[in-house]
Design a protein around this ligand. Structure first.
Ligand code: 6PG
Length: 253
């Protein structure tokens, strides 16, 4: 099936055949957006999603042709969220990304900005506060950090980043990053807040697989209920988000 787009009142949905096509489209977007940002502003700021969906994209970015199309030396890489685990944990979003591509491309180490881990910060709240300070230093001055590219995923419960249904972080409108207790996972998470995610110049949500179909329908077509479907909080200041999805995930839309 060829690519197609669906206009919803909550964002443009670009439908590709399957997860592999989605990874290629995401890698193309990553290369295009960072090249454009570096040309226009000298640097490119990216907030990377966690989870499994972006892994294949990462592998593509670490090899030709994508590897040669990204201005790695002018890229500042952050994460949209992180688990409260050591960087060596298989649960670590930064650890997964490092193994998939970050440690295999010529991005200067000082331009890779993972969240602090339990080895580096005393508490999740301290880690989130430290990350907010890192963001302010990297972006300079006050105001909201405006990433050139915010890459997000969506869980089958409609969460994004670590903004989970009925959790405290959903209501945060002033802090740039917060710790978030997620009872359903019995876990502490670290996450950028909705205002920071929505300040992105380009916000792309990657959604693949039939398991996401019901949540995608609810998020994009259902009644406004961001407490239940936090991905509804993604309403970028600079216009609509791009929902990059595969046929399996879009079947109920
Ligand atoms: C995380 C993510 C999270 C993820 C979704 C989708 O830390 O888990 O940032 O928001 O994007 O849960 O995860 P999958 O891509 O694994 O389905």
């Amino acid at each position: 099936m060829t690519e197609r787009t669906i206009e919803t009142g909550r964002g443009l949905v670009r439908v590709v055949a399957d997860a592999e096509a989605l990874a290629h489209a995401a890698a193309d977007l990553f290369a295009e957006t960072t090249t454009e940002a570096a040309a226009e502003r000298g640097r490119a700021f990216v907030a990377l999603s966690g989870g499994s969906t972006p892994q294949r994209m990462g592998e593509l970015l670490a090899a030709a042709p994508h590897r040669d199309r990204v201005p790695w030396e002018r890229l500042e890489l952050f994460w949209g969220d992180e688990r409260w685990v050591p960087s060596t944990s298989p649960e670590s979003n930064a650890g997964v990304a490092r193994r998939a591509f970050v440690d295999r491309v010529p991005i200067p180490a000082a331009q890779v900005h993972p969240f602090p881990t339990p080895d580096e910060a005393a508490t999740p709240a301290a880690a989130a506060a430290a990350y907010a300070a890192t963001l302010r230093r990297a972006f300079g001055g006050g105001g909201l950090p405006r990433f050139d590219l915010v890459l997000l995923g969506m869980g089958d419960d409609g969460h994004t980043a670590s903004l989970f249904p009925r959790t405290a972080a959903l209501a945060e409108r002033s802090a740039l990053a917060v710790a978030n207790v997620v009872p359903k996972l019995d876990a502490d998470r670290l996450t950028l807040t909705a205002p920071v995610l929505n300040a992105g110049r380009r916000v792309v949500v990657l959604v693949a697989g039939a398991g996401k179909a019901e949540a995608l329908r609810a998020v994009l077509r259902g009644p406004a209920d961001p407490d239940t479907y936090p991905s509804q909080l993604i309403r970028p200041d600079a216009g609509h988000a791009l929902w990059l999805v595969d046929e399996a995930a879009v079947r109920l839309l």
